[in-house]
Design a protein around this ligand. Structure first.
Ligand SMILES: *Cc1c(COP(=O)(O)O)cnc(C)c1O
Length: 395
């Protein structure tokens, strides 16, 4: 079937929550995608920072294949080895002592928010209040949109989960001023992804950590997008020299297989007990096997250093380009999570990139976002930079 026929069927049968979509992808390999009409693309979006190892990475494909022929799913009423291996590997490489596996980013966030509430409840000092950041994004469940600091995601869904106070990102005084005796947790991204690739300053990140410690508040870091090597470290908080009390991650964890995870200290984990939280699919053998294979590749010596190097080179080339095009106001990011902010809406630029065979995406109306597979080469980066040069010239 060609893309026109597939698109027509899609519009007939799938609820239109994604707006107008014109391309039908049928195959991927590394950083390359092919559409239903045979056109080839260089993928610098990676399914929104998901396919870190590139499409159909052989180690992940093999792990999925092997697990698919062994055991795909049993209920979480039983132990399974892939989930245990995954939790142990994550514990070995993070501050966390214990993990809960969810299905995606939103359910990992939901888990973290519920854990914070129940932790303080069991302590006998219920503190249901949450502080979150303006322009943040935490996912699409009701609690996650409530925490999300962008009104467009709230429209039509009231009443939202409360009490949640939103404050200006990178403004420590605003966070401090918002703290009340009922504040039990602060949630934030260290680089706001959907909100425009906005990077937390070191003073802000450290300041929020210190406030949480001194005021007995749990710090929840949403590393759904920044985690799993995206910024050149396994998790972005490593750049800042801080650790959260609760860490939520997802996107890159399964290299495309849906899985989310929430990690915390032994102390905070006491907030959950048998029966207090659960999921049917979370951490099932198939998804956990894919995640294990993904993490093992990312943790190989030199892999993350390479992400950092490629990202720094990409960032500096984009900054050079910004000097040439006055529509670009700022280029920012860490590792291979980069935003290019424009005075103009970026939708036409994205279209022009697609026409040139390059996939990238927006982060809000005025920011172009590059979150390529972590394995992209310098020559692929150069191709994207010159395509952007052409797109901006034409736009
Ligand atoms: C994508 C994202 C989420 C939601 O993840 P889903 O898998 O779409 O539910 C939450 N937080 C951040 C920072 C994200 O980028």
């Amino acid at each position: 079937m060609n893309s026109v026929a597939i698109k027509a069927l899609s519009e007939q049968h799938i609820i239109n929550t994604y707006g107008s979509r014109n391309i039908v992808f049928v195959r991927g390999q590394g950083a390359t995608l092919w559409d239903a009409d045979g056109k080839e693309y260089l993928d610098f979006f990676a399914g929104i920072a998901v396919v870190g190892l590139g499409h159909c990475h052989p180690a992940v494909t093999e792990a999925i294949r092997e697990q698919a022929g062994t055991l795909v799913h049993v209920s979480n009423l039983y132990h399974t080895l892939p989930a245990v291996d995954l939790a142990a590997l994550l514990c070995e490489h993070t501050f966390a002592d214990k993990w809960f596996f969810a299905n995606c980013g939103a359910t990992a966030i939901e888990t973290g928010l519920k854990l914070a509430r129940r932790y303080w409840h069991l302590k006998g000092t219920p503190k249901p209040g949450l502080i979150a950041m303006n322009q943040s994004f935490h996912g699409r469940t009701l609690a996650a949109i409530s925490a999300t600091g962008q009104p467009k995601y709230h429209e039509g869904f009231a009443p939202l989960v409360s009490p949640i106070t939103h404050v200006e990102f990178n403004n420590l005084a605003a966070v401090e001023a918002a703290i009340t005796p009922e504040t039990g947790a602060i949630i934030m991204e260290l680089i706001q992804g959907e909100g425009g690739v906005r990077v937390a300053t070191e003073a802000f990140a450290k300041g929020v950590r210190d406030l949480c410690t001194s005021k007995n508040i749990l710090l929840i870091l949403d590393e759904v997008q920044t985690g799993i090597g995206r910024t050149g470290r396994l998790f972005a908080h490593e750049h800042y020299g801080i650790t959260p009390d609760i860490l939520c991650t997802a996107k890159g964890l399964g290299n495309g297989v849906p899985i989310g995870a929430m990690g915390c200290t032994d102390e905070v984990a006491t907030g959950f007990s048998p029966g207090s939280h659960a999921t049917t699919f979370g951490g099932n053998p198939l998804c956990a096997a894919a995640a294990n294979a993904t993490l093992k590749e990312i943790l190989k010596p030199g892999f993350l250093d390479n992400v950092e190097k490629t990202g720094a080179r990409f960032l500096s080339k984009l900054k050079d380009l910004a000097g040439k095009h006055s529509t670009i106001t700022v280029v920012r990011g860490k590792g291979l999570m980069i935003g290019v902010e424009s005075r103009e809406p970026v939708a036409p630029v994205i279209q022009s990139m697609l026409a040139q065979g390059i996939v990238c995406g927006p982060a809000g109306p005025n920011v172009l976002r590059f979150v390529p597979p972590l394995i992209v080469t310098n020559s692929q980066v150069d191709r994207v930079v010159s395509a952007l040069d052409a797109a901006l010239g034409a736009a």
